[in-house]
Write a protein that binds this ligand. Structure first.
Ligand code: KIV
Ligand code: NA
Length: 266
């Protein structure tokens, strides 16, 4: 797709119905992201998400998302301790979770881990720029690579991890000029989120694009639907209909019994 100049569209999914929607409505890849921890499980940070939770949800996504390439995020703590630990956990995501590739956040320190996983045939995409699993040491969710020195460091990291075997590089919240420059310097596809229009693909979080997220909205998170309004309408109208006894309708929404059977019953 990079060679053909066709933009790559990636959507996150967390369960069977969201995975199925990615499949039905044309996503090229489905990402079972660790945003799962925040938007689906209600944790205040992705660092709370465990391997068991990721495997459980990814397996559900894989039952719904058949056609798109399925990537699973490696949870915080599942890959820093050693390349061997990373491999063991990546195997779980493939074998038990049904993932076809894995994503890890980090920098040049990930090179041996990327080599290890790719050497046994597990495709790896590396997430750099703003890496949410490191939000504490980054002093929050901030745009990265804004000064020349840190921009150079993101570029160097991307080149190093491409050499280590990463099949794609995900760039989050970096200036668009830098993302386009990195895209031109690499031969693997770049995927952007808050990285401008110059990357080879774009990824968005399900709840951001559906408009179902009630929390903070990042600058790059365009709402393509008003899911929150639909949720409000559905639940509110149901509750009202129950309270005013207009639901269910006696004929169109209830079942009949033959009069003779009813008399025998009585
Ligand atoms: O977990 C996630 O949803 C992600 C995307 C924001 C890229 O990593
Ligand atoms: Na993530």
């Amino acid at each position: 797709m990079r060679h053909a100049g066709t933009p790559i569209a990636i959507v996150t999914a967390y369960d069977f119905p969201t995975g199925r929607a990615c499949d039905l409505y044309g996503a090229d890849m489905t990402l079972c992201g660790d945003s799962l921890g925040q938007v689906c499980l209600g944790y205040d940070s992705t660092t709370r998400l465990t391997m068991d939770e990721m495997v459980h949800h990814c397996r559900a996504v894989s039952r719904g998302s058949k056609n798109p390439f399925l990537i699973a995020d490696m949870p915080f703590g599942a890959y820093y301790t050693s390349p061997e630990d990373a491999l063991r956990n990546a195997i779980r995501l493939v074998q038990d979770g049904g993932a076809e590739g894995v994503k890890m956040e980090g920098g040049e320190e990930l090179a041996p881990t990327v080599r290890k996983l790719t050497s046994v045939g597990i495709p790896v995409i590396v997430h750099m720029g703003l890496t949410p699993q490191r939000h504490t040491s980054l002093s929050g969710y901030r745009v990265q690579g804004k000064d020349a020195q840190s921009a150079l460091s993101v570029l160097r990291t991307a080149l190093t991890l491409e050499s280590a075997g990463a099949f794609s590089i995900l760039l989050e919240a970096i200036p668009h000029l830098l993302a386009t420059h990195i895209t031109n310097r690499l031969s693997v596809p770049t995927i952007g989120i808050g990285a401008g229009p110059g990357t080879n693909g774009q990824v968005l979080v399900w709840d951001d694009l559906m408009g179902t997220w009630h929390g903070h909205k990042a600058k790059f998170a365009r709402r393509f639907a008003d899911g929150q309004a639909e949720e409000k309408k559905g639940v509110t109208c149901f509750v009202i209909a129950v309270k005013e006894r207009s639901f269910p309708d006696l004929t169109s929404e209830s079942y009949e019994m033959a009069q003779s059977e009813w008399e025998r019953f009585l």
